[in-house]
Design a protein around this ligand. Structure first.
Ligand code: NDP
Length: 449
């Protein structure tokens, strides 16, 4: 490995006892070697040291009162990672596993993802270790209001524009926006994206990450003389990304036979009844296991701690991890390849470990990397910001068409970059190199800041 890259990786690891962040940094830096080799001046400019250090991390207390009148306290974060290309942009995650390492890995990934969209947005991420599961609507509202009481100082439509992520959907964005508007005493629609359609949201934003993943997958398969028609698909997760990935996969002629949540997976050989999954997850906020109430012939397989998540034990040609990070390790990758997987589409952020990525590529399994393949959500968020600035709304078809164009273009960039650097089907490296070139040029042009 290039000496400079090796030194930066070592130093980053030493400075930050943050496994997820170090993993994300290693994945990017190891793949951009040919660009660093060609540009020895990067070292003098400390470009890599600068690119792995967030511009700013904000961490704060979030006190709120539960329904029993007891005060609870959570940690809140916003990582403003890199603003060279535009205002910081990236989602908020509410999940008990949230910590600084996870926030930084997501913020770091977001910088490169946003660069790939071709839109003027920098990278950021935020969230809290608050667990929305089992909370009443009023508790969710009080938590969101308290979270925004602090976050409002650090965001703005030209500064930092948060959106949703795990545990943050339309309901949470509504409460966050309401509190922001109350405090600021003005209607700054472009400060948050993923808003409801009645108050500045964009049509197709809800569907965008899942649809975008499938547009990317379609292009990747096409470039390799394959398509989705008749393929069996399994999907990890049953949240926002998973549901709309499933919908588009079916529209493209594939059959989705399994979906999951953190407890286990449902396997329906007839093809998953997606309308029912939507009702369970988007309306009732129920567990995926309850699918059996309407479809008793389907199977439910519970996850066993420390073992391969149940959804990955089911045979499929196309596998879409749309839940969380490090869902697929080397052992799981081996099982998927053995079971006939030909393509993996990363809807989640960093769902595949570095060893598993390498195993897929060595075994000629096509891998659509998260940074590129799940960029449809943030791209459509940027379209939401444009509509807010222009004070008009595009139709669903208009937004969807733009999304398709953006995803097709992102794939083209990954493909052409992979070709230029003789990387074969290594679209992970293709995406990282294309994004790094853009971010680094913007940083260099703006001087040492
Ligand atoms: P949701 O909260 O809507 O859904 C998350 C899904 O993943 C749920 O089914 C959840 O199950 C499951 N899940 C969460 N954590 C774990 C875990 N530790 N182990 C197993 N399953 C888990 O989130 P999204 O669909 O929005 O996000 C999913 C992924 O996509 C995340 O990695 C996110 O960063 C990424 N992403 C999201 C974008 C968006 O626009 N929303 C954009 C780009 C990427 P359970 O209910 O049991 O917790």
């Amino acid at each position: 490995m290039n000496n400079y890259i090796e030194r930066v990786l070592e130093a980053t690891k030493e400075k930050n006892n943050e496994p997820e962040f170090n993993q994300a940094v290693a994945e990017v830096l190891k793949t951009i070697e040919p660009v660093v080799e060609k540009n020895p001046e990067f070292e003098k400019q400390a470009l890599l040291e600068r690119i792995v250090e967030p511009e700013r991390i904000i961490s704060f207390r979030v006190p709120w009162m539960d329904d029993n009148g007891k005060v609870q306290v959570n940690k809140g974060f916003r990582v403003q990672f890199n603003g060279a290309i535009g205002p910081y942009k990236g989602g908020l995650r509410f999940h008990p596993s949230v910590n600084q390492s996870i926030m930084k890995f997501l913020g770091f990934e977001q910088v490169f993802k946003n660069a790939l969209t071709g839109l003027p947005i920098g990278g950021g991420k935020g969230g809290s270790d608050f667990d929305p599961k089992g909370k009443s609507d009023n508790e969710i509202m009080r938590f969101c209001q308290s979270f925004m009481n602090e976050l409002q100082r650090h965001i703005g439509h030209n500064l930092d524009v948060p959106a949703g992520d795990i545990g943050v959907g339309g309901r949470e964005i509504g409460y966050l926006f309401g509190q922001y508007r109350k405090i600021k005493n003005q209607y700054e629609a472009g400060v948050l994206t993923g808003k409801g359609l009645e108050y500045g949201g964009s049509l197709a934003r809800k569907e965008a990450t899942g649809f975008g993943l499938l547009y990317f997958m379609r292009e990747m398969l096409k470039a390799n003389n394959l398509d989705l028609k008749g393929k069996t698909v399994t999907i990890s997760g049953s949240g926002n990304v998973a549901i709309y990935a499933a919908q588009k996969a079916v529209e493209f002629g594939a059959k989705v036979v399994a979906m999951s949540d953190s407890n286990g997976c449902i396997h329906d050989e007839q093809g998953i009844d997606l309308d029912y999954v939507k009702e369970l997850k988007e309306v009732k906020r129920a567990r995926i296991k309850e699918y059996l109430a309407k479809h008793p012939n389907a199977k439910y397989i519970e996850n066993v701690k420390g073992q391969t998540p149940a959804v990955y034990t089911i045979k499929a040609e196309v596998v879409l991890p749309c839940a969380t990070q490090n869902d697929i390790n080397l052992e799981t990758a081996k099982l998927l390849v053995k079971n006939g997987a030909i393509a993996i589409g990363e809807g989640a952020n960093m769902p595949t470990s570095i060893e598993a990525i390498n195993y897929f590529i060595e075994n000629k399994v096509l891998l659509a990397p998260a940074k590129a393949a799940n960029a449809g959500g943030v791209a459509t968020s940027a379209l939401e910001m444009s509509q807010n600035s222009m004070r008009l709304s595009w139709t669903f078809e208009e937004v969807d068409k733009k999304l398709d164009g953006i995803m097709t273009n992102i794939f083209k960039m990954c493909h052409e970059t992979a070709k230029e650097y003789n990387l074969g089907i290594n679209y992970v490296a293709g995406a990282n190199i294309a994004a790094f070139k853009k971010v680094s040029s913007a940083m260099i042009a703006q001087g040492i800041i």
